[in-house]
Design a protein around this ligand. Structure first.
Ligand code: AMP
Ligand code: MN
Ligand code: MN
Ligand code: MN
Length: 284
């Protein structure tokens, strides 16, 4: 397994907020030279069987994947799980619970948008959701672009869907402790996704990594589509400092929206333990 270099262990399909099917993602990943792949839909593992089978058809190795939404010190953080048993009952129950509040939240987002003159956003967003249990801000963003309210999804997030904006709704996701436990008890490894995205202070970030490790978390995403090259170095240092393994993943969502394609990021910096070395027995 030490021969694997081009691993892409973070992306999204129509099962959450991506625009491609698991099969189309697998084809794209293989075309870009990915050797080991994981589909990591938000709060949902319904695409895992299709993804594993498509990976094998494309000659890639596969790790099961998920990206769990959690609330940590009042902020939303994402924890990626890799290499778990997708049939594990506690993990499945935890994900059902995590997805549970999305419908109500989406109605409240829609109410907020209606108040600023954007009607029917719930119904509109739903037409973009491949999985109605997983309606997300991304689906609202696509609807607002399609209806001409904004030029691109970035503008939608900036003007409407982030804290303090009309379509933003406070939400309580899973706890850090629970998410890590669901993943590790199912035989997987928990990874802090794109740490630079949270804009934590040094103290807050220290608390996140420390508590994550205490609960059994083992890796940090170092090379991701959400990080700059300077941030690869910052978080490579964090991985060494906290004695954690490192992960790599594009966080690809869509050919039209994502600036980082599957399998095209720089390789992990040297001197780090790639997360897949902790998962040799879980690779399919
Ligand atoms: P949700 O889980 O419903 O809160 O939606 C979060 C998703 O929105 C993330 O996984 C990203 O795909 C997307 N997202 C968050 N912030 C932005 C942004 N500034 N621009 C574009 N997409 C974003
Ligand atoms: Mn997303
Ligand atoms: Mn994320
Ligand atoms: Mn993601």
């Amino acid at each position: 397994m030490t021969t694997i270099r081009n691993a892409d262990l973070h992306c999204h399909s129509v099962v959450s907020d991506g625009t491609l099917t698991p099969e189309a993602l697998a084809e794209r990943a293989a075309r870009n030279g990915v050797e080991l792949w994981a589909l990591t839909d938000h709060d949902e593992i319904g695409g895992q069987a299709r993804a594993a089978s498509a990976a094998h058809q494309q000659g890639m190795k596969y790790l099961t994947g998920v990206e769990i939404s959690i609330t940590f010190i009042g902020k939303t953080v994402h924890i990626v799980g890799l290499g778990f048993d997708a049939d594990d009952a506690r993990l499945r129950q935890g994900l059902i619970q995590t997805r549970g509040g999305r419908g109500q939240r989406a109605h409240e987002m829609s109410d907020g948008l209606a108040k600023v003159g954007i009607p029917d956003a719930y119904a509109g967003a739903l037409t973009y959701a491949g999985n109605h249990d997983l309606i997300s801000r991304t689906h609202f963003a696509r609807f607002l672009v399609e209806t001409g309210v904004c030029r691109d999804t970035n503008e939608v997030f900036r003007k409407y869907l982030t804290e303090g904006k009309p379509g933003y709704v406070e939400h309580r996701w899973a706890s850090l402790k629970d998410a890590v436990a669901w993943i590790t008890q199912a035989g997987g490894v928990a990874v802090v996704a794109h740490p630079a995205r949270y804009k934590f202070s040094a103290n807050e970030e220290y608390a996140l990594f420390t508590e994550f490790k205490t609960h059994g978390g083992q890796a940090i995403e170092v090379v991701t589509g959400s990080h700059s090259p300077a941030e690869y170095i910052t978080y490579a240092d964090s991985a060494r400092e906290f004695g954690m393994a490192a992960s790599r993943g594009s966080d690809f969502h869509s050919p039209d929206e994502s600036h980082t394609d599957l399998g095209t990021l720089p390789l992990l910096p040297s001197g780090l333990t790639p997360v897949w070395e902790l998962l040799e027995s879980r690779i399919q």
